[in-house]
Each structure stands twice: as structure tokens, then as C-alpha cells.
Write a protein that binds this ligand. Structure first.
Ligand code: GH3
Ligand code: MG
Ligand code: MG
Ligand code: MG
Length: 300
């Protein structure tokens, strides 16, 4: 572990450093609270062992500053206190310290505390990792690997807020696979799943990095296209539909003999400052029009 020791008494600092290094940890030292805080920010140590009374920022203020950051990784804090100061101990733990050792420091006692510190920081790192994995999983569609509706609603909210502020336009495109029920009926659901994955991949490959591609529902996909006019979005979606046709997925139940996509587009512009739900409704209506006009096309 990386351990930061802060103490204004050079003798105590030496003893603490020797103990930390004896038990195989890396040690950083600070001669006062301000230096400790600067080193903390720079090096993100796993453990901080800090004296209470120091010039400048004292140990308690250091504890509070570390806890106030609420960083993803947990810093285990051990307070160095003088003997017989029971109130200090309570105040220190209340300020955010996890444990305390009394001075003069016994290297073995610090070693014992660092064992606990390792267990606690490892546990916190695991939790942070699982939180991240779960958060990603909750926003991902398992079949296609695309973003799902939860992520869409979050992204749309952000996109909308930004557009309101800077009056940047953006478009949403609702896509739906044509005659997909009969594709499943003819080729089976497993083949249907594979086709959906291929379509998702084609849409991603057609999209720019800043575009968002989401699985909206069963065989429905939604694209969020920032900084596009309705016309440029239409040209873009026509290319995307072409990319899907380029997959050449044979579909005997489709008039064209292959799997195709229909799309409807709606735009947020300075003249049409509709909220996200309205835009989705308009894109859906345009999609319906594309279906009614014969499928395999884009409508505004
Ligand atoms: P249209 O051209 O009007 O869109 O006709 P359609 O047959 O595609 O429309 P419909 O809504 O009747 O059918 C959608 C089909 O998509 C029905 C459903 O079984 C299928 N589907 C939805 N989600 C999945 C999925 O995850 N996997 C598979 N294999 N099929 C799915
Ligand atoms: Mg001191
Ligand atoms: Mg559908
Ligand atoms: Mg369909």
C-alpha cells in the first residue's frame, strides 16, 4: 500500500516511516498538514497516518478534507494521538479517522493497524469496481451490446439541456426492422437474434463517434444525432439503411428478399424547441409514415 505519514515532529516521522517500510509499504512523509494535503491530492495514498497537532492544517482538518472529497477510492485514516486523551479520540473518529494509535508509536501496533487498512481499502476498491460494472450493465442491452433505454433517457436529458442553453440542434431517428415478425417465423428466433445483432453493428459502424445508438425496443433502434439538420440527418440515415441492406441478410418474407430497415426523423431546432418526449413521438410518427409508404425508407 501507499502510506502517507504526517507529523511535525521529525523524530516521530522517522519512527513511523521506518515502521511503514519495514512491513513492505511505500511511504510518503509530510512535515505539516498543508504539505500532507498537497501530497494526498497528488499521490492518492491508500492510508494516511496523521498527527493531530500540526502547524497549518491540523490532523482533524486533514481528516475532514479527505472525507469531504468523497472520492471513489477509500482512504483509510489512522490518527496519532497522545496518551490519555479520550475526547481527542472520539473527535478524531467523528472527523473521519478510522482508527487511532497512541504516541510514542510502537511499530508493531502500526503494522497491525495497516493490516486492517489493507482489508478495508481492498473491500472498498472491490465495491467501487462492482458499482461501475453494474452501472454499465444497467445501461447496456445484453443482446446487441448497444446502450439501452435507461442510458437513452439520461443522454437525451443531457442533450436537451445543452441544446436549450446553446441552441444547438440535434435529431432523433427511430428505426424499425421491416417485416421482422415473419423473419422470426421463417428462420426462427435464434436467427432473428443474430440478425438484430448484425443490424445493431451496422448502425454503429454507420454512426459517428458523437452519435448515440440505442436499442429502443424489440427490433427498434434509436439514434441521437447531435449537430445535424433534419436534411443532413435524413441523408445520414439513408446511408445507414444502405449499410443495413449491405449486410445482405436474406429474408424470403420481404418483397425485396432481404432484411431492411425503416426510419423516422425528428429535429430539435431553434424554431422547434420540443422536449425529448415530443421529439420521440414525432420520430415515431415519421417512422409510421415510412412503413405506410412501403418500408425500407426514411421519412421526416
Ligand atoms: P413492420 O415492418 O411493420 O415493422 O413489421 P414487423 O413484423 O417487423 O412488426 P411487428 O411489430 O409485428 O413484429 C416485430 C417482431 O420483432 C415481433 C417480435 O417477435 C420480434 N422481436 C422483438 N424483439 C426480438 C428479439 O429480441 N429477438 C427476436 N428474435 N425477435 C424479436
Ligand atoms: Mg504534532
Ligand atoms: Mg416494431
Ligand atoms: Mg418491425
Amino acid at each position: 500500500m501507499k502510506v502517507l505519514v504526517a507529523d511535525d515532529d521529525p523524530g516521530s516521522l522517522l519512527v513511523a516511516r521506518a515502521a511503514v517500510e519495514l512491513y513492505g509499504h511505500d511511504c510518503l512523509t509530510a512535515a505539516d498538514g498543508d504539505e500532507a494535503w498537497a501530497l494526498y491530492l497528488e499521490h492518492q495514498p491508500d492510508v494516511v497516518v496523521t498527527d493531530w497537532m500540526m502547524p497549518g492544517m491540523d490532523g482533524l482538518a486533514l481528516c475532514r478534507a479527505i472525507r469531504a472529497r468523497g472520492a471513489d477510492l477509500y482512504t483509510y485514516i489512522v490518527l496519532l494521538t497522545s496518551q490519555g486523551s479520550r475526547d481527542d479520540v472520539l473527535a478524531g473518529l467523528a472527523a473521519g479517522a478510522d482508527d487511532y494509535v497512541t504516541k510514542p508509536l510502537d511499530p508493531f501496533v502500526l503494522h497491525a493497524r495497516l493490516l486492517v487498512a489493507l482489508r478495508v481499502t481492498t473491500l472498498h476498491a472491490d465495491l467501487a469496481h462492482y458499482r461501475k460494472v453494474l452501472s454499465q450493465q444497467a445501461r447496456t442491452d445484453p443482446l446487441t451490446g448497444l446502450h439501452n433505454r435507461l442510458k437513452l433517457s439520461e443522454d437525451l436529458e443531457q442533450m436537451h439541456a445543452r441544446s436549450q442553453r446553446y441552441t444547438e440542434g440535434y435529431c432523433v431517428a427511430m428505426c424499425d426492422v421491416d417485416n421482422f415478425k415473419s423473419y422470426n417465423d421463417i428462420y426462427g428466433h435464434q436467427a432473428g437474434d443474430l440478425a438484430l445483432r448484425a443490424v445493431a453493428g451496422a448502425l454503429v459502424s454507420a454512426a459517428r463517434k458523437s452519435d448515440g445508438v440505442y436499442r429502443y425496443g424489440g427490433e427498434e433502434f434509436l439514434l441521437v444525432l447531435p449537430n445535424q439538420s433534419q436534411l443532413s440527418a435524413k441523408a445520414f440515415m439513408e446511408r445507414a439503411l444502405n449499410t443495413v441492406r449491405g449486410l445482405q441478410i436474406v429474408h424470403s418474407g420481404d418483397p425485396l428478399g432481404q432484411l431492411t430497415l425503416s426510419a423516422g426523423i425528428s429535429a430539435f431546432t431553434s424554431e422547434h424547441r420540443a422536449d425529448a418526449d415530443t421529439l420521440l413521438g414525432e420520430a415515431d410518427a415519421a417512422l409510421y409514415a415510412a412503413k405506410a409508404a412501403g418500408r425500407n425508407r426514411v421519412e421526416l
